[in-house]
Write a protein that binds this ligand. Structure first.
Ligand code: DER
Length: 235
């Protein structure tokens, strides 16, 4: 429906604008918007895709590449890639993103950094001026299992009283990431979200942090599908 159409529009527009025939190494993000990215890349045809290598950002992303019959590559072998396209949970007016709703933010950030061009694709719900406006679940923090309890206490003292361990829905116990870690979701105040880079640095200093779902100064552009069938681009 409207949201799916918006995701598809953002993904198709981003691929058309940023996946050139000469691009050989392509990072594929995670979530429910990136399947449209793969669909659009497949529409570029076997001729151009047969010479490309696609790098995943997690198990779901790897499945998209394999199921699409595309060649899988690992960032440990291809450390400099042409373009990575990924979704986001929210994007502010300076292209800072909250990511990690799908608990894949470590590998997503690795692939975003390894790319010459990092592009975000999202539906209209993700387009905000300040982070925390639409995404209320908080900053996803991947944490080593042995450190989650003390980290929760630290987070509560540093401005996230509602920080919580992310519990699984179809499995007893917490969500476990592709890397075998837990996720803490830590909501912050608008004041904190106004300086996402500062918040990111503070969170990275917590003992046991594996990766923080704040992507600052990384995206080159963000494409949003709108309710009215138009697409907005933020540079
Ligand atoms: O976890 C992530 O960062 C993913 O990119 C995900 O949050 C994107 O969300 P989507 O399913 O709305 O595309």
């Amino acid at each position: 429906q409207q949201i799916e159409a918006a995701k598809k529009l953002a993904a198709f527009t981003a691929v058309d604008n940023h996946v050139k025939p000469t691009d050989k190494f392509i990072g594929i993000g995670s979530g429910s918007t990136v399947p449209y990215v793969v669909d659009r890349i497949l529409q570029q045809g076997e001729e151009v895709n047969k010479d490309r290598i696609f790098l995943p950002t997690g198990f779901q992303s790897r499945q998209l590449i394999v199921n699409g019959g595309l060649r899988l590559g690992d960032v440990s072998q291809y450390t400099h890639i042409d373009v990575t396209i990924d979704g986001a949970d929210e994007v502010d007016s300076n292209l800072n993103c909250i990511k990690g709703g799908g608990a894949c933010q470590l590998q997503e950030k690795v692939l975003a950094e390894a790319a010459n061009t990092f592009i975000v694709v999202a539906d209209f719900r993700k387009k905000s001026s300040i982070l925390g406006t639409s995404w209320k679940q908080g900053v996803p923090i991947e944490v080593a299992p042995g450190a989650y309890a003390p980290m929760l206490e630290r987070l509560k003292k540093m401005g996230s009283p509602n920080a919580a361990l992310r519990m699984a829905k179809m499995k007893a116990g917490p969500v476990v990431t592709d890397n075998g870690n837990f996720v803490i979701d830590a909501p912050f105040s608008e004041e904190d979200y106004k300086n996402p880079k500062e918040l990111l640095v503070k969170l990275k200093m917590l003992t046991g942090v594996v990766e923080v779902g704040l992507f600052c100064d990384m995206a080159k552009a963000a494409y949003f599908g709108n309710e009215d069938g138009s697409v907005s681009v933020r540079w």
